[in-house]
Design a binder for this molecule. Structure first.
Ligand SMILES: [Zn+2]
Length: 89
């Protein structure tokens, strides 16, 4: 299989759908080892998903640091943008 075939759109969709659970390490919905491997190996070869993953991680960190200083409305707005990042096509 050529690399260009490995970075197919359906795989990007799958990764984006699971990215929040991966990055938040949601204990109520953990990824299986198989899903973790699939996600990490895709991010390793896909610039687009790697960028989204990095952007989500940075925003998420900034968000948790801001949480104690900023009003709830701003936090809700930021959380919304974060969700859109992983849901839009
Ligand atoms: Zn991708």
């Amino acid at each position: 299989m050529k690399i260009s075939e490995a970075i197919s759109m359906p795989e990007c969709h799958w990764v984006k759908a699971h990215l929040i659970r991966y990055l938040d390490r949601d204990p109520s919905a953990p990824l299986s080892d198989q899903e973790l491997t699939r996600l990490q190996s895709h991010i390793a070869i896909c610039d687009k998903c790697a960028a989204i993953s990095e952007e989500y991680r940075e925003t998420s960190e900034a968000l948790s640091q801001l949480r104690t200083h900023v009003d709830q409305a701003s936090i809700a707005r930021l959380s919304e943008s974060l969700k859109k990042l992983t849901l839009e096509d």
